[in-house]
Design a protein around this ligand. Structure first.
Ligand code: GLU
Length: 424
């Protein structure tokens, strides 16, 4: 069957529609039966809760929290928790489905889920964030479980929040339960290599793609949008592999240096400057949109959804895009990218290194054992390379872009499993 262009969307892109439009194309090529299409289109469970939290000034604020379980066909559902002012149900639904596809692409035995709370952690004290995380965990305690649904960090949360989640859940159960959450601090059952895992997977997939495109990493330039955990680790590891990282960015703006940004210096600066690159010297300040349209070999969008859109895609000059973030390219931009012949290593493949090492953390917790960093890295690199080759092969075989090929690999695996398990 020939490749079918995704239908263009009318309004500004909603992440769930963006996900569905790719899902639709891949499902058609696979000839997916309507029955299974409908099963996979709808999240299995959506939980919305109100979380009253006492703020430092004594007032009580009510936050809205979500947990969407898209699928448990391949295993217990897995996915992070996002603390961000833009969190809404449609976003969490899309992110949950992306987790299903992501776990299937890298072939780990998990379904997909995502959680979120609409809040601005940048404006909250540590105490307020802790109370919010404990309230969220307590309220969702029946949803979570090491064999049911296993959360992890996402935008606005990290090991500290996962520690509170693990502790609160353990209190609720009356026993220490490490395997209920991944991305924990090392001292309490976290895995070596988890912090850098997503950025490392981005690097591994970028190297694999450059090999296919015959781009010499020692002569290649790159721009990384977003300097949080994923972006800064990807920048550091790509630089270690020989690439010149010409630009990085965060909420404060973008920073460009044709000779290459000193990534270690930028990381040190950010860490000493409340997590922001504001005022970083050794680079020229440019806009975020300028960064996206730089004439680099590799572009790594590692910030958030919907940054490569129909309005800027025509100006994109990179030969290769490796998506560190979830959903950074709108489905409307896909067609132009394909026409331009730019290779995209899609989010559900490129950023799957994080959930892969989460899986290793869960395995170690259940074994009551600890792996060395070397073992973690070797195994996750292998999984990422195999997944890349599998998706690449599918894209060549069906003559479809890598994104559609990744969805095809994932949907095929989940739908075959569904047929064995069956409905009611
Ligand atoms: N939040 C990360 C993601 O979007 C990690 C999820 C996990 O480790 O479960 O892939």
């Amino acid at each position: 069957m020939a490749y079918i262009e995704p239908a263009p969307l009318k309004d500004k892109e909603n992440p769930f529609e963006a996900m569905m439009s790719r899902f639709h194309v891949a499902a058609q090529i696979l000839g997916l039966e309507d029955e299974i299409y409908n099963v996979l289109k709808n999240p299995a469970r959506q939980v919305i809760v109100s979380l009253p939290v006492t703020m430092d000034d004594g007032s009580i604020r009510v936050f809205e929290g979500y947990r969407v379980i898209h699928s448990t066909i391949l295993g217990p559902s897995k996915g992070g928790i996002r603390f961000d002012p833009h969190v809404n149900l449609d976003e969490v639904k899309a992110l949950a489905a992306w987790m299903t596809w992501k776990c299937a692409v890298v072939d780990i035995p998990y379904g997909g889920a995502k959680g979120g709370v609409t809040c601005n952690p940048r404006e909250m004290s540590a105490g307020e964030i802790e109370r919010l995380m404990r309230a969220y965990t307590q309220t969702m305690a029946d949803v979570f479980g090491p064999d049911k649904d296993i959360p992890a960090p996402d935008m606005g949360t990290g090991p500290r929040e996962m520690a509170w989640l693990m502790d609160q859940y353990s209190r609720y159960k009356g026993m220490t339960t490490h395997a209920v959450v991944t991305g924990k601090p090392l001292v309490m059952g976290g895995s070596l290599g988890r912090t850098e895992a997503t950025g490392r997977g981005v690097m591994v997939s970028a190297m694999a793609a450059m090999e296919k495109l015959k781009i010499n990493p020692y002569k290649a330039t790159c721009a990384v949008q977003g300097f949080g955990n994923v972006g800064s680790w990807a920048a550091r590891l790509l630089h270690e592999r020989g690439l010149i990282v010409q630009a990085v960015s965060d909420l404060s703006g973008a920073y460009f240096n044709a000779q290459g940004i000193d990534i270690e210096k930028a990381i040190q600066y950010r860490d000493a400057n409340k997590g922001s690159l504001e005022g970083f010297t050794g680079a020229e300040k440019i806009s975020n949109d300028d960064l996206l349209t730089l004439p680099v070999d590799l572009l790594v969008p590692a910030a958030t959804e919907d940054v490569i859109t129909s309005s800027n895609v025509v100006s994109i000059k990179a030969r290769l895009i490796v998506e560190g973030a979830n959903g950074p390219t709108s489905s409307k931009a896909d067609n132009v990218i394909n026409e331009k012949g730019i290779m995209v290593v899609p989010d559900i493949l490129a950023n799957a290194g994080g959930v892969t090492v989460s899986y290793f953390e869960w395995v170690q917790n259940r074994l009551g054992y600890k792996w060395t960093a070397d073992r973690v890295n070797r195994r996750s690199d292998r999984i990422m390379k195999d997944a890349f080759n599998n998706v690449y092969k599918t894209s060549q075989e069906y003559k479809v872009p890598m994104r559609i090929a990744a969805y095809m690999v994932a949907i095929d695996k989940v739908s075959k499993t569904y047929k064995y398990r069956g409905g009611y």
